[in-house]
Design a protein. Structure first.
Length: 188
């Protein structure tokens, strides 16, 4: 077993836990839909997180060329999967409280949710930079614009509870994440 194979096991476990949490929460929403309102913005963020977990796991393979690992590098590799997992936990309530208004519940947790989501983007830019200047240049201006606008959008979403803004932001995030996924994965 190579060093990369060894260190990537925990990343895969955390990504799997995040996906499991999302799927269980969505299953509970479907099962108990007569007891809870469904907030489509929250479902949009579930989609974004699910795709982000897939992408994080997929592009993590780009670290396979690292031969010598240290605790700092390993912690850095684990950061985004761990934060994405925390986001999946923040997105849906753990308990099946009857008649829970999911819109109000989500908006009441928007500050930590969007703070962590912006941290994912910051860490991703650092991660891309650590892979080399050539790698960062290859990603180009659209990548930096995606990250910058995403951080700005998260800062705004954390501050305001305006439904129109949250609907707009999640719609843009879903399109951008879909494009990132379907067009950006490329060869490893």
């Amino acid at each position: 077993m190579t060093a990369f194979e060894y260190v990537s096991v925990l990343v895969a476990i955390i990504v799997g836990l995040g996906m499991t949490h999302l799927l269980v929460a969505l299953g509970q929403l479907i099962h108990g839909r007569d007891h809870r309102s469904i907030y489509w913005v929250q479902l949009g963020w579930a989609y974004v997180l699910f795709v982000a977990l897939i992408v994080i796991w997929w592009i993590g393979f780009r670290w396979r060329h690292i031969e010598e690992w240290n605790p700092l590098l390993y912690t850095f590799l684990l950061a985004n999967p761990a934060i994405l997992y925390l986001l999946t936990v923040l997105l849906f309530p753990r308990d099946s409280e009857p008649n829970l208004d999911m819109r109000s519940w989500f908006l009441s947790r928007r500050k930590p949710f969007f703070a962590l989501l912006s941290l994912v983007l910051v860490i991703d830019v650092i991660d891309s930079s650590l892979k080399g200047l050539d790698h960062l240049r290859a990603l180009g201006a659209p990548y930096l614009a995606f990250a910058g606008l995403g951080i700005l959008g998260c800062a705004t979403a954390a501050r305001i509870a305006n439904q129109g803004y949250h609907a707009f932001f999640v719609s843009v995030a879903m399109v951008a994440t879909s494009l990132w996924f379907y067009l950006g994965l490329g060869d490893l």
